[in-house]
Design a protein around this ligand. Structure first.
Ligand SMILES: C[S@@+](CC[C@H](N)C(=O)[O-])C[C@H]1O[C@@H](n2cnc3c(N)ncnc32)[C@H](O)[C@@H]1O
Length: 256
């Protein structure tokens, strides 16, 4: 008989390597609607699924964002990208969340700036379905490959183009924690040989989609930032790097 007592759950989670077993046990207990669901949730977490996919949501920028199985779990460091976007978005700005995953970035921007017009894009149908749930009536979510998915009327009118693309080099996917490697879609992680394939396509396409004076913001890593900046200048965009040491977050911001 499996015990549903909190200490027993904590012990199972700790044995499975969960560092924050106490906190996770409390979250699982409060998320489960029935004893059977609690057992199933603990089993899935012990098997290695990300906590957020087990309970069905992630906390991001103080919001509760729905996370479906297989969809990229929004990372705490990406809150820095959101903060940069909020600082640049005028009240009625047209904002695009490119490679939106759950839609967390766009939702966080609209929750801070309720009058912005949000368009979000992802190529993965599971992510699009999840983003539609999170964005709701607060914006438009399209399925497709980068700019191809956007309505043509948006071309030349984007005030703030935000992108957290996949940026892990292919050879480093095998080194990722199992939570990401096994339970997040490869298309959400794999950025090609040097990790920057999708980023470069976004940067190259941005000038014809940005409004005059519009901004492109891309999350990258400290190690890759010089290459990201190079791609901005090749596209004719003037850029700067914003860095938050505490979150280990790096964002390149460019304008035309
Ligand atoms: C690193 S995840 C980021 C998700 C989300 N922006 C966030 O920060 O939580 C990258 C996302 O890009 C999407 N993606 C990858 N290639 C794409 C493409 N060519 N066009 C649109 N979306 C793409 C993936 O499906 C995935 O959801």
């Amino acid at each position: 008989m499996v015990s549903l007592a909190a200490p027993a759950i904590v012990a199972r989670l700790s044995a499975a390597g969960c560092v924050f077993a106490d906190d996770e046990a409390q979250l699982l207990i409060s998320a489960a609607q029935s004893p059977a669901e609690l057992i199933s949730m603990v089993d899935r977490r012990v098997a290695g699924l990300p906590l957020e996919q087990v309970i069905g949501w992630a906390e991001f920028c103080g919001l509760r964002i729905a996370v479906d199985p297989g969809v990229f779990v929004p990372r705490r460091r990406t809150e820095f990208l959101v903060a940069q976007a909020i600082a640049l978005a005028r009240p009625t700005a047209l904002v695009v969340d490119m490679c939106c995953g759950t839609g967390a970035v766009g939702v966080a921007v609209t929750s801070a700036k309720s009058d912005v017009e949000l368009h979000a894009v992802d190529i993965d149908p599971a992510a699009v379905q999840c983003a539609r749930r999170n964005v709701g009536a607060g914006g438009h979510v399209y399925e497709g490959d980068l700019f191809d998915a956007l309505p043509d009327g948006v071309r030349g009118h984007i005030d703030v183009l935000i992108a957290n693309t996949p940026y892990v080099p292919t050879a480093e996917i095998a080194l990722l924690p199992a939570e990401a490697r096994l339970y997040e879609a490869l298309v959400a992680l794999d950025g090609g040989a040097d990790g920057l394939d999708v980023q470069r396509r976004v940067i190259a396409g941005a000038p014809s989609w940005l409004a005059p004076g519009g901004f492109l913001l891309i999350e990258t890593s400290e190690r890759q930032a010089a290459h990201t900046i190079e791609a901005f200048s090749q596209a004719g965009l003037v850029s700067r790097v914003q860095r938050d040491e505490h979150l280990d977050a790096t964002v390149v911001v460019g304008t035309n």
